[in-house]
Design a protein around this ligand. Structure first.
Ligand code: FAD
Length: 432
């Protein structure tokens, strides 16, 4: 028989004892002998009477806990006897097996089972003193936050790094990711604003009489939406705190295996290590790569906190994001045009997609099909200003021009994995 451990090959400095000769009491720090494999959990045993049976029991226990157990077969290694002697000296335990968990000497078979019963073994297994955290989640959106909280509930020491790189227009937001800040939530609130307007119009036919002219205030709507989002974001921070998850508002980037550099808004850097990482960095809107797009166009990242009413808007794209935005902007009474390169809602049932298009047209949305913008020029500065969009046909040589107050790009989203330093840890990233 021999020694079992679940190590990863990195060297570790010291071990403290909790069992062995001290029968469960915490002993002074004990150095792990250099001859031992670097251990996460280890069973040490020799071919002597009963040792094999007890070693097997310990191994079965680890296996039932789902813990990988590295085994050092003492009688199979050179200098096995001197290793055992050194180990006996530092642990005061002469019998085998001898179990180490996370560099902590647990003791023999009985001590290991006692530690399991008392919960100590699980606690030791959960700690990884080689790293600052058991888990670092990069990205505090819907995915990252739920993953971090679940891991914390399971007893892991967790950190979340979340940082929003401002959009080309300078828009940024707090914790919570796309859904809370610039996605599902504000989108549904803007739909609600549009639906209320529709209900008001319908209400007259249902007998409601009011003399006051009804107008919509973009500023009031966005202020209320942003205030609601702020409270959700704060709620996420509290939830992390309650579960003892460390939240750091910094941009995470791998510098080597198990290590990230976190850079905050002020450019201050800190290094953190973890046994495991989860990448939950989400996606950001794509730009067209034509003159004027980054300078003059907005995306859904900007729309929900736009400090002025966008006015006559050209929505470029036919994704669900494009059509939903076009829908609520039209519902708020704005003049909306959608420029479609090929089909509506690619990937969705096309019969349904066309029904959506037809219903939007009925609501006053104009569609420019089979055109793509090639240039955006600023005609007038202002809030909103005036933009000229030059577009060309995807089927011929025809070129058209249009004047709009706002151009909203919704042509797809790219995953945020390019600047994560993944090449430093041997992760290949597909160009797509
Ligand atoms: C307009 C719009 C409407 C939508 N509507 C719906 C809907 O109705 N229903 C639905 O199910 N889905 C909807 N979605 C999609 C949904 O929002 C996303 O699928 C979801 O938010 C993705 O969550 P995530 O955790 O993967 O990423 P995200 O929520 O994007 O979170 C990633 C986080 O990581 C941060 N980050 C990125 N890189 C780093 C780094 N290196 N270091 C630190 N932090 C980093 C980002 O800033 C962000 O905060 C919508 C999306 C949009 C844009």
């Amino acid at each position: 028989m021999g020694v079992a451990s679940a190590g990863d090959g990195r060297s570790r400095g010291r071990a403290s004892g909790v069992g062995g000769a001290s029968a469960g009491g915490r002993a002074a720090c004990l150095s792990v002998p250099a001859a031992l494999p670097t251990l996460h959990s280890c069973v040490w045993s020799l071919r002597e009477e009963n040792a094999g049976v007890f070693s097997l029991q310990v191994k079965e226990l680890f296996s039932s806990l789902g813990v990988d157990c590295n085994i050092l077969e003492l009688d199979q290694v050179d200098e096995g006897a001197s290793v055992q002697e050194a180990l006996s000296e530092i642990t005061s335990q002469r019998t085998v097996p001898s179990v180490f968990v996370n560099r902590v000497h647990v003791g023999g078979c009985d001590h290991t089972f006692q530690a399991h019963q008392s919960g100590l073994l699980q606690q030791l297994l959960q700690q990884d003193p080689a790293y600052d955290y058991d888990l670092i989640v990069i990205g505090g959106g819907s995915g990252g936050l739920s993953c971090a909280q679940e891991a914390a509930v399971l007893g892991r020491k967790v950190m979340v790094l979340d940082f929003v790189v401002p959009s080309p227009r300078g828009t940024a937001w707090g914790l919570g990711g796309t859904c809370v800040n610039v996605g599902c939530i504000p989108k549904k609130l803007m739909h609600q604003a549009a639906l209320l307007g529709q209900a008001l119009t319908d209400s007259r036919k249902f007998g409601w009489e009011y003399s006051q002219q009804v107008r919509h205030s973009w500023a009031t709507m966005t202020e209320a939406i942003q205030s609601h989002i702020g409270s959700l974001s704060w709620g996420h921070r509290l939830a992390l705190r309650e579960k003892a998850v460390t939240y750091v508002n910094s941009y995470g980037e791998f510098v080597e295996h198990h290590k990230v550099k976190a850079t905050n808004e002020k450019g201050q850097e800190a290094l953190y290590t973890a046994a495991k990482f989860v990448i939950a960095t989400g996606e950001r809107p794509r730009y067209l790569g034509i003159p004027g797009d980054r300078e003059y166009c907005v995306t859904s990242d900007d729309l929900f906190s736009l400090p002025y009413c966008p006015g006559a808007t050209l929505v470029v794209g036919a994704s669900y994001v494009a059509l939903e935005c076009a829908g609520f902007l039209a519902g708020l009474g704005l003049e909306v045009t959608v420029m479609v390169r090929s089909v509506l809602l690619r990937g969705f049932d096309q019969e349904m997609a066309e029904k959506v298009g037809a219903s939007m047209q009925q609501l006053g949305v104009r569609f420019l099909r089979k055109f793509v913008p090639v240039e955006v020029q600023q005609l007038e500065r202002g809030l909103p200003g005036r933009l000229k969009v030059v577009a060309k046909s995807t089927e011929g040589t025809e070129t058209i021009e249009g004047i709009y107050n706002t151009v909203l790009l919704a042509i797809g989203r790219d995953s945020c994995t390019k600047k994560l330093g993944l090449e430093k840890i041997g992760v290949n990233v597909s160009e797509k």
